[in-house]
Design a protein around this ligand. Structure first.
Ligand SMILES: Cc1ncc(C[n+]2csc(CCOP(=O)(O)OP(=O)(O)O)c2C)c(N)n1
Ligand code: SF4
Ligand SMILES: [Mg+2]
Length: 304
């Protein structure tokens, strides 16, 4: 082992993930990955689909004390299958002690999770693959300049939505797609609520089978806000109800936080330049009303 890698392995993950990387300041994806990694630890093999997080590792170096594998955008679940199979074979052959087993973790952005890698994910869940899938959702193709993805919300301006308009489609519901597959576990999280995230990671860690952690990832350059506001924007997503915190376990969906008096969704939208055209030069009342109505309809259905 090279002295550099040995030095990296000797450092705690909290230090490693917070320094010397090519990530943007205030990256919400990094925050949720950091919090997740602190709990999962080094007994993991992260299988990362091409995305912003790929910039964390440059072969043969990685800021992680555990292992890291890089795949094409569509292939993280297939890579996780290979890792899981290899570990199972080593254990069956007596070349790896069961107590030295590792967790296969697919790490992808929303572009892979909701689009390019969706069929590989669906197949992996169908096969009951024992893996944890962490999607950090910055609601666009961040690594290539924030083009629209299937997870871009209604009204958001992206590099491909046209100069004055926002995205015309609704955000694809990744949590619902996973729940339709009846996985062992699925949850939504946001790095700004570290306690809720930690409880869900602990729960997921104790289970076997396909498990989703879907993290909203406020993205300063892609969403156009000051990096210092990332945590506040994550909190506003929860307080306005546009990002429900929930989990699926034993066939039931439970909301882990119900905002009793929800803030108007505008409070979240107006903090981000990607929605500026909804307020300036004049208010786009129709789109703002539609976005609020969609959030209201979601929570009405929860209460019913
Ligand atoms: C099939 C394929 N199409 C396009 C690309 C180029 N590409 C690399 S990263 C990326 C963005 C991925 O978006 P997402 O999964 O949301 O991750 P993010 O960049 O936002 O972290 C794209 C389009 C690719 N690597 N493979
Ligand atoms: S573009 Fe967004 S998601 Fe990508 S590293 Fe920067 S802040 Fe994070
Ligand atoms: Mg993305």
């Amino acid at each position: 082992m090279s002295p550099t890698i040995q030095r990296m392995k000797d450092l705690p993950s909290a230090h490693l993930l917070g320094s010397g990387t090519a990530m943007c300041a205030g990256c919400g994806g990094m925050l949720s990955l950091h919090e997740t990694y602190d709990l999962l630890g080094a007994r993991t093999v992260f299988v990362n689909a091409a995305s912003c997080m790929t910039l964390l590792a440059a072969y043969p170096y990685t800021p992680f004390p555990g292992s890291w594998l890089y795949t094409a955008m569509a292939s993280a679940p297939a890579g996780a299958q290979g890792v899981r199979d290899a570990l199972d074979i080593l254990i069956a052959q007596g070349r790896l002690a069961p107590e030295e087993d590792l967790t296969a973790v697919a790490l992808t952005g929303d572009g892979s999770a909701t689009g390019i890698g969706l069929s590989a994910t669906s197949g992996a869940i169908d096969r009951g693959l024992d893996f944890l899938y962490l999607c950090y959702d910055n609601e666009g193709y961040g690594n290539t300049g924030q083009q629209s993805s299937a997870a871009t919300p209604l009204g958001a301006h992206t590099a491909t939505s046209g100069p004055a308009q926002g995205n015309a489609a609704r955000k694809k519901d990744l949590f619902a797609i996973w729940v339709a597959h009846q996985p062992v576990y699925a949850a939504t999280v946001v790095g700004a609520d570290a306690l809720d995230l930690a409880k869900k990671i602990e729960k997921a860690r104790a289970l076997k089978g396909p498990r989703l952690i879907h993290a909203l990832a406020p993205c300063p350059p892609g969403w156009d806000f000051d990096p210092a506001d990332g945590v506040e924007i994550g909190r506003l997503a929860v307080k306005t109800g546009i990002w429900p915190l929930k989990e699926y376990l034993d066939g039931r969906i439970v909301h882990t936080h119900v905002p009793r008096s929800r803030l108007p969704v505008e409070e979240y939208l107006k903090r981000q330049g990607r929605f500026r055209h909804l307020f300036e030069p004049e208010r786009d009342e129709a789109t703002l009303t539609l976005i609020q109505a969609q959030v209201d309809a979601y929570w009405a259905q929860v209460a019913a």
